[in-house]
Ligand binder design. Structure first.
Ligand code: FES
Length: 138
């Protein structure tokens, strides 16, 4: 059962899943970081819905690179445009998890999550009619 540790702003969040048991969320490749994150409630951004057309799902792999699928040309081409690119960078929607791995959100993504980013093309967590604190002040 692969153990996936996400490092978000220095804090670790570890989730586990059994191969072949997650319902496919149609976000990225099956059992990719994004698919696992969507199923297990990890706030990994995915502005293009996991179709390798942006870089918001960029992750920096800290451990377990050998437990990921090989990088295809389309992922490598897209990653070239990522902010804060490293030699262990992968796109969360394209890297398929095959074993234990540790991945860190790059600084841009960490800031984005902390600020409650809202350019997600998928369904928002915010309910209709719900207002932010700043909007309800008299
Ligand atoms: S979500 Fe856009 S490239 Fe991964």
């Amino acid at each position: 059962m692969p153990k996936v540790t996400f490092i978000i702003d220095g804090k670790e969040k570890t989730v586990e899943f059994e191969h072949g048991t997650l319902p496919y969320s149609h976000h990225g490749l099956p059992e990719s970081f994004l698919d696992v994150a969507m199923n297990l409630h990890v706030p990994l951004e995915h502005a293009c819905g996991g179709s390798c057309a942006c870089t918001t799902c960029h992750l920096i792999i800290r451990k377990g690179m050998e437990n990921l699928s090989d990088m295809e040309d389309n992922e490598a081409d897209r990653l070239d445009t990522a902010w804060d690119l490293t030699t262990t960078s992968r796109l969360g929607c394209q890297a398929v998890i095959k074993g234990d791995v540790v991945a860190e959100f790059p600084m841009y993504t960490r800031n984005y999550v902390q600020e409650g980013g809202a350019i997600q093309l998928g369904k928002s967590d915010r309910k209709e009619g719900e207002k932010k604190e700043a909007e309800v002040q008299p």
